[in-house]
Design a protein around this ligand. Structure first.
Ligand code: XMP
Length: 510
């Protein structure tokens, strides 16, 4: 796939992945690599531009991440952001010092619009600043092209050497025209063509998968989640019925979900196998209430069922995995990029005999995976599905799982999701679901005493799922969901809303 490539060189800043996304949103393919990447490797990758990220350090400390000055001799345009900007100044002979007043937040900034970076922009606008150090003296041959009240060099450039630096963060939405600045760097300075579009990506991926697979047999474990569904859609377009998708329905999907997954793939030209294995899973989980034992039991049983089914196909040549870009690259200033071998279904490759793994989504971010799904005509139900844990509702039923509890939870969760969608909150809340606690309490319904389950509602906003905040759902929405659930679902007489963040809590209860 011959896309033009821009490299984001990671110095440990908090917005690194965001920079990469912004570049891709500009129609240019972009990868994040560690600052430790050898110059020879960078040269081999043949980028059309390099962006240095921000970072938490001061460039003048001995221990701070840095690069060889050789990078400036590659003839490739370099843009430094925040720490990256200071690093360029430092390495090129300028002076970086600690500021008397650190700048943080929205700051009025004046731009020199004769600079290609700021071409076509207003001369004065808001930028997002977050720095303690500042460039006291710019290197020789550089020109100051932006300033703020407290920061004499908010941007600098040396067009002859194709070196550019911006002290603030154009990748953050608060910087008005920030995307335009990145666009200018890419198109005016690096000469990008904008060859990264989803349609083009899909076509190239389909072609190369087709060539690779030839007459081989392809196997995919379909969970119904976004990644495996989009991978299935892509493979089906590429190799049609050489693909077999095995969907192990463990019975812990949300209400109607198993059928939805089946329906979504019914008309595709693939071999779709749905294994209804609920009884098997329930049998294994009888008497189990410890969360870890539940997870392990489900994981092991999953592999067993999958393996049984896979054996029926005979020899498989390729196994497809829905690995996406954030699973692969763990950038960070501490260490070189770590490659994680992420398995959608833990351990599968050890159990199934195959020649090679195909990871058709490994270059994509989650939102790009969704875009690709839409491009391929996948059902919106699957494309916009919220994340759902592998063990499913089994880890949202506290204590032992019974058929009755499963049905109660499916019904209650369905209502909660319906009310969230009705309130138009389904895109802004990243994950929302119900949990059936193992707690019973006394209530009154009609004239009688009840002694029923407490249901917890959980809804979070998050970008990375590593930390999360509880969603500020309007009381009216909670009220409607609560009264509907108590009225429509048997055996629930109390609803609580989980108002803990992660950490200290986790998103799931088990
Ligand atoms: P926690 O509960 O750890 O969850 O805060 C973070 C995110 O991961 C999802 N999750 C899982 N996803 N298999 C998965 O594919 C699992 O076993 C699993 N457990 C938790 C969870 O739903 C949340 O989005």
């Amino acid at each position: 796939m011959a896309h033009q490539l821009v490299i984001v060189l990671d110095f440990g800043g908090q917005y690194n992945q965001l920079i990469a996304r912004r570049v891709r949103e500009c129609g240019v393919y972009c990868e994040v690599h560690s600052y430790k990447t050898p110059i020879s490797k960078l040269r081999e990758m043949n980028p059309v531009g390099i962006i240095f990220t921000g970072g938490p350090n001061s460039v003048y400390l001995e221990t701070s991440p840095t690069v060889s000055k050789e990078i400036f001799e590659l003839g490739v345009p370099v843009l430094g952001l925040c720490y990256g900007c200071q690093l360029i100044a430092h390495l090129c002979g300028g002076k970086v010092s600690t500021a008397i007043t650190s700048e943080y937040g929205k700051t009025e900034t004046v731009y020199d619009t004769s600079s290609l970076l700021f071409k076509g922009l207003s001369e004065k606008n808001i930028s997002w600043m977050s720095h303690t150090d500042y460039i006291e003296k710019i290197p020789e041959g550089f020109k100051n092209v932006a300033y703020t009240e407290n920061c004499p060099t908010a941007a600098m450039e040396c067009p002859e050497r194709k070196l550019y630096g911006i002290q603030f963060h154009p990748e953050v939405n608060h910087t008005v025209d920030g995307t335009k600045m990145l666009h200018n760097f890419l198109y005016e300075i690096c000469g990008c063509k904008g060859d990264w579009t989803m349609g083009e990506y899909a076509q190239t991926a389909i072609k190369s998968i087709r060539e690779k697979v030839g007459d081989g047999k392809v196997l995919l474990a379909l969970s119904g989640g976004v990644d495996s569904s989009v991978a299935a859609a892509l493979l089906s377009k590429a190799v049609g019925d050489k693909l077999t998708c095995i969907f192990v329905d463990h019975g812990f999907m949300r209400k109607n979900e198993g059928d939805e997954v089946e329906a979504a793939f019914k008309d595709w030209d693939i071999n779709f196998v749905r294994v209804n294995a609920k009884e098997q899973f329930m049998e294994k989980l009888r008497g189990v209430s410890d969360p870890e034992t539940k997870r392990k039991t489900i994981g092991e049983e999953f592999i067993r069922v999958f393996e049984q089914e896979a054996k029926k196909i005979g020899k498989v040549d390729f196994l497809v995995q829905g690995t996406i870009y954030p699973d692969i690259i763990e950038s960070g200033a501490g260490d070189a990029a770590v490659i994680k071998s992420h398995h959608n279904v833990g351990g599968l490759p050890d159990y199934v005999d195959f020649k090679e793994i195909i990871e058709p989504l490994r270059l994509l971010f989650k939102d790009e995976v969704r875009k690709l799904g839409e491009e391929l005509g996948l059902s919106p139900v699957l494309v916009w599905r919220q994340p759902f844990p592998g063990p499913g509702l089994a880890i949202r039923i506290i204590g032992e799982i019974t058929d009755e509890k499963l049905e109660i939870l499916q019904d209650a969760d369905w209502i909660f999701r319906e009310e969230i969608a009705k309130a138009g909150l389904d895109k802004s809340i990243n994950q929302y679901f119900a949990v059936l606690t193992n707690n019973r309490s006394v209530g009154v319904m009609g004239d009688g005493r009840t002694y029923d389950y407490t249901l917890a509602l959980r809804a979070v906003t998050t970008t990375d799922f590593m930390t999360a905040d509880f969603a500020r759902i309007p009381y009216e929405v909670l009220e409607t969901a609560s009264s509907r659930i108590v009225n429509e679902v048997k055996s629930i007489n109390r609803i609580v809303y989980d108002v803990t963040t992660k950490p200290p809590a986790t998103i799931e209860w088990e």
